[in-house]
Design a protein around this ligand. Structure first.
Ligand SMILES: *[C@@H]1O[C@H](CO)[C@@H](O)[C@H](O)[C@H]1NC(C)=O
Ligand SMILES: *[C@@H]1O[C@H](CO)[C@@H](O)[C@H](O)[C@H]1NC(C)=O
Ligand SMILES: *[C@@H]1O[C@H](CO)[C@@H](O)[C@H](O)[C@H]1NC(C)=O
Ligand SMILES: *[C@@H]1O[C@H](CO)[C@@H](O)[C@H](O)[C@H]1NC(C)=O
Ligand SMILES: *[C@@H]1O[C@H](CO)[C@@H](O)[C@H](O)[C@H]1NC(C)=O
Ligand SMILES: *[C@@H]1O[C@H](CO)[C@@H](O)[C@H](O)[C@H]1NC(C)=O
Ligand SMILES: *[C@@H]1O[C@H](CO)[C@@H](O)[C@H](O)[C@H]1NC(C)=O
Ligand SMILES: *[C@@H]1O[C@H](CO)[C@@H](O)[C@H](O)[C@H]1NC(C)=O
Ligand SMILES: *[C@@H]1O[C@H](CO)[C@@H](O)[C@H](O)[C@H]1NC(C)=O
Length: 202
């Protein structure tokens, strides 16, 4: 009985730890012809306890959290009550200084859409999102359009904001980008140790 319980607890603990993932977004692909390629994939799904890891591999970029209606302004500047993530400029020195920024999905941001941009390519569409709801009016495509409209070369002639009411054109984009996410299983050894200790007392 004790062995059975201990075994059951171990299995449950293992299931919990195995479910947490590191989701890597590579920052710094060749943006000459496509600024949106700076984040690959551009959109990911991350659940509670997952960690979104931004891997700066090329060029000089930031990953800065922002809001749907102000894609190229840090969330904190747009609304001081939001303490959004911001890597600051990460110059990779031509790939010799690769660094990461980790964004853990904690209970306070679980299920929220987190929008972000790269300071140096935002005006051309260098933006992305975590947990984007493509069925809502705030799609990745709409966010990218807002960035170009508000900060791009035509931004002085246009002040309107983009809000997509249909998801037909963007749904295929969303599918392909979420499949591109590199997922690696995180094994949190620390979570298993208490189970081993507990099983000794059963
Ligand atoms: C980026 O792409 C452009 C256009 O395809 C190309 O001319 C340039 O050499 C590329 N840069 C790098 C660093 O690969
Ligand atoms: C630009 O890059 C984004 C993100 O990788 C991709 O979804 C999109 O298809 C690319 N656009 C073009 C025209 O290649
Ligand atoms: C970041 O990219 C570099 C170069 O491709 C790679 O060696 C490294 O493993 C990546 N880091 C993560 C956390 O994926
Ligand atoms: C990175 O880009 C920012 C803004 O364009 C610039 O101020 C900074 O000097 C750049 N860093 C390097 C090392 O080039
Ligand atoms: C700023 O963000 C908080 C939540 O973080 C929200 O309650 C508030 O309404 C926002 N303020 C504005 C002006 O949007
Ligand atoms: C990075 O590469 C560019 C273009 O090839 C070159 O002009 C620059 O000197 C390089 N920078 C460093 C720090 O190696
Ligand atoms: C987030 O979504 C999941 C799945 O729908 C749900 O079980 C969970 O309660 C949600 N969490 C919050 C904080 O709303
Ligand atoms: C985008 O435009 C706004 C308003 O002009 C400006 O405050 C912000 O710094 C710009 N963002 C970038 C990344 O250039
Ligand atoms: C996505 O947005 C649609 C439309 O607003 C809403 O009905 C749906 O519940 C949302 N899905 C999630 C997972 O929040």
């Amino acid at each position: 009985m004790h062995a059975f319980l201990a075994g059951l607890i171990s299995v449950l603990a293992l299931a919990r730890t195995v479910l947490a993932e590191n989701i890597v977004i590579t920052v710094g692909h060749n943006t000459t012809n496509n600024a949106s390629a700076v984040f690959q994939p551009q959109s990911v799904t991350a659940k509670l306890n997952d960690v979104v890891v931004f891997n700066f591999t090329e060029g000089n970029h930031t990953v800065t959290q922002s809001l749907f209606y102000a894609p190229c302004i840090s969330a904190n500047n747009a609304n001081s009550t939001i303490n959004g993530f911001d890597s600051g400029f990460r110059d990779t020195v031509n790939g010799t200084a690769i660094t990461i920024l980790s964004v853990p999905i904690t209970t306070d941001i679980e299920n929220q859409t987190l929008w972000f941009f790269d300071y140096n390519t935002c005006s051309e569409g260098g933006v992305g999102g975590i947990n984007v709801n493509e069925s809502s009016s705030q799609t990745l495509e709409g966010f990218e359009r807002n960035a170009v409209r508000l900060n791009g070369t035509a931004s002085s002639t246009s002040s309107s904001m983009s809000q997509t009411s249909t998801s037909t054109s963007s749904s295929s984009t969303a599918e392909s980008t979420s499949n591109d996410a590199q997922r690696t299983v995180v094994f949190v050894g620390a979570a298993v140790i208490p189970v081993i200790l507990l099983s000794a007392f059963l």
